[in-house]
Design a protein around this ligand. Structure first.
Ligand code: PEP
Ligand code: MN
Length: 337
């Protein structure tokens, strides 16, 4: 950490700060200049947070050398993490395709969706049972009944599942019936939920908050990993900007940015990222080209009748076309489908 002191700070005041740095186990450095005194702290500077130097009236600025997150950083763990969802893996050489409807609506709908996903080459079946909807009057999901449908369809088609968990009280029900748990954009900063997911054994897909910086996403992942669950995947799903043509702005630069800074798998959701079904396949291909470890897409046997997100849901034949095109992009990026 580099600490620039305000003009007029005395040597005694600098020494007092340096003493506190040394007490916390970092090596203190004193670097007086012509106009400013600069202090340094060598070592694991994350311990210096307790000094609250940013509040110190003698301090002009602080520059951190290490990232504020640790367990999820590549500095700490250089090799790519591979997360297992049932018998499938996410990260490493394979490119994961998580697909299915926005919501679980019925056994028949999920069964047909699973058939389409499996035949098209998808690796994980998605479907929300607990739905965080903008309007309280919109379909809220089937809850536990939806989880049970997902579970039985998973066994029928031998495909692992992922579904959203919206609150701590539901974790047990979800982790008993699904292979992976999803944290939605609205809950990325629900730290109590994240910590509780850190104490469960199933993998977690953490979606980026719709107005979250990537550093905040990484710190949110750190909450889960620091509680003991290392099986975390990050998901770029679009952020709010000023345009109205698309539901969100899919931030594809987030993919290489995250891959450079974290060992966790990075997934892209072009369905929520665009909100427009015609844009989903091209953005899925772009995600593969950008180095993503997989995609999450919404596909529905009959999008016109979907109880949520029908407009962005792919028709089965569009999903098949997406998959055919995807192979070449994934291979160009060094992945296998
Ligand atoms: C979803 O995956 O259906 C969903 C609600 O996603 P998000 O949290 O990204 O809006
Ligand atoms: Mn959705």
């Amino acid at each position: 950490m580099i600490i620039v002191l305000k003009p007029g700070t005395t040597k005694e005041q600098a020494d007092e700060i340096l003493g506190k740095i040394a007490d916390l186990g970092c090596k203190p450095l004193y670097m007086p200049g012509e106009e400013r005194v600069v202090l340094g702290a060598l070592g694991d500077e994350r311990v210096l947070g307790s000094l609250h130097l940013e509040n110190d009236p003698r301090v002009e600025s602080i520059t951190e050398i290490l990232s504020p997150y640790k367990l999820v950083s590549r500095e700490f763990h250089p090799h790519d993490t591979v997360v297992n969802i049932g018998k499938r893996s996410v990260g490493g050489e394979t490119f994961a395709v998580m697909a299915g409807p926005c919501s679980v609506e019925s056994h028949e709908q999920m069964s047909e969706a699973a058939r389409v996903v499996k035949q098209g080459g998808g690796t994980v079946l998605r479907g929300g049972a607990f739905k965080p909807r903008t309007s309280p009057y919109a379909f809220q999901g089937l809850g536990v009944e939806g989880l049970e449908i997902l579970q039985s369809v998973s066994a029928e088609y031998d495909i692992p599942t992922i579904t959203e968990v919206v609150e701590v009280a539901d974790i047990e029900a979800v982790q008993d019936r699904a292979d992976a748990l999803q944290v939605g954009t609205r809950n990325m900063q629900n730290y109590r939920l994240l910590a509780a997911l850190g104490r469960c054994s199933k993998p977690v897909l953490l979606k980026r908050g719709m107005a979250a910086e990537l550093k905040e996403l990484l710190l949110a992942a750190e909450y889960i990993v620091s509680e003991g669950n290392p099986h975390v995947m990050l998901c770029e799903r679009g952020i709010k900007t000023f345009g109205s043509e698309m539901r969100n702005t899919l931030d594809l630069a987030a993919v290489p940015y995250l891959k450079q800074r974290t060992h966790l798998p990075v997934i892209v959701d072009p369905s929520h990222g665009t909100g427009v079904r015609e844009l989903v396949a091209p953005m899925a291909w772009a995600a593969a080209a950008a180095g993503a470890d997989g995609i999450m897409v919404e596909v529905h046997p009959n999008p016109a009748s979907a109880l949520s997100d029908g407009k962005q849901s792919l028709f089965p034949e569009q999903f098949n076309e997406l998959m055919v095109g995807l192979r070449r992009f994934a291979e160009a990026a060094g992945r296998r489908l």
